[in-house]
Ligand binder design. Structure first.
Ligand code: TRP
Length: 335
């Protein structure tokens, strides 16, 4: 029996931060170690184009995100790691799927609904102002990413769950139309931990809140950021509630159970905030020093990343070609 395929896409729209690591990168890297699965992970570079129109920036983020994943343990010998844009079959399939996607389904997609709501609130006459068709049909391209590789499981953040459900719906419409199992029905795998990683101000760590800790900040930058984490006004010597502390939450995501128990004890006996911050800084620095070095090597040698992408695309395209073959026959484009 062929192993099940687990697939996820990574949008290159920013420099990865601690929340991305703990919430997405680390669990996906772990998942890929399971030999009962085939992992397909890719950089969704054409998806980024819906919002990112600065060429050099898109290129930089593509390499930076790929380097980060590899530096943090993704093994390209084990994972089929590729760029979406290297798989032309994805875009061919995207058209076919568009012909099976009810327009109303796109009207109900969260990202599009949020965009029109913003226009309404801003008092725009045209609710579609500033919305391009790439944003509108984003879920169709994503469905193509998933279905072309016959993915069964799709690890994503909860904000992407609806998109995976849309992919499943489209697959079902198609299979039903041709009375055949052309597409595997995909399912989202949601990692709950990803939802609760606090940022510098205590809100969810997110690029849009400007409260992130970049994974590959220099040691000095990292220390500065950790010392900016919001704390309450309790003084050294006063017991502190670890559950209410962003420092403690972040520490717990990276530390061993013994280290966590030690810090918890220190909170109960009144650790000073500056010492708690020092402990967190030291821990992050220790865990990330090695990966940071690897990241910098890769960024200095993009040709190494190019080779990885090329090899990944070769394997991924084989899978994609077979799917397209079935699809073309089913719809009648080929004998
Ligand atoms: N839309 C996803 C995000 O914003 C990225 C993505 C693109 C994706 N294609 C995918 C995720 C296919 C899972 C499967 O994060």
């Amino acid at each position: 029996m062929t192993p099940e395929t687990v697939l996820t896409g990574i949008k290159p729209t920013g420099t990865p931060h601690l929340g991305n690591w703990v919430g997405a990168i680390r669990p996906a890297v772990e998942l890929a170690k399971n030999p009962a699965r085939r992992a397909f992970y890719f950089i969704a570079d054409y998806h980024a184009l819906t919002g990112l129109k600065d060429g050099p920036e898109l290129q930089r983020y593509t390499y930076s995100v790929a380097a980060a994943w590899i530096a943090l343990g993704l093994d390209p010998e084990r994972v089929v790691f590729y760029r979406q844009s290297d798989i032309p079959e994805v875009f061919e399939l995207s058209w076919v799927l568009a012909c099976f996607t009810p327009k109303g389904l796109m009207n109900r997609a969260h990202a599009y609904k949020a965009a029109i709501q913003k226009n309404q609130e801003a008092g725009e006459d045209d609710i579609d102002a500033g919305i391009n068709m790439g944003l509108y049909t984003y879920p169709i391209l994503m469905a193509a990413d998933i279905l072309v590789m016959n993915a069964k499981e799709v690890p994503v953040g909860s904000d992407q769950q609806q998109h995976v459900e849309i992919a499943r719906d489209i697959a079902q419409y198609f299979n039903r139309q041709y009375r055949a199992t052309i597409f595997t029905l995909p399912q989202a795998l949601i990692d709950e931990q990803g939802a609760v990683i606090p940022g510098l101000d205590g809100r969810k760590m997110s690029k849009s809140y400007h409260n992130t800790i970049p994974i590959f900040a220099s040691a000095e930058e990292l220390r500065k950021l950790v010392f900016r984490i919001a704390t309450d006004s309790s003084r050294p010597g006063e017991p502190k509630d670890p559950e209410k502390s962003t420092i403690f939450h972040l520490y717990r995501l990276l530390a061993t159970p013994e280290e966590v128990a030690q810090l918890r004890h220190a909170y109960e006996t009144g650790i000073a905030w500056k010492d708690a911050k020092e402990a967190l800084y030291t821990l992050i620095e220790e865990r990330l020093r090695g990966p940071r070095q690897r990241y910098q090597e890769l960024m200095a040698h993009p040709e190494e990343l190019d080779r990885i992408f090329e090899k990944g695309a070769e394997t991924a395209r084989q899978e994609a070609r077979e799917t397209l073959e079935r699809v073309r026959q089913a719809v009648g484009i080929r004998r």
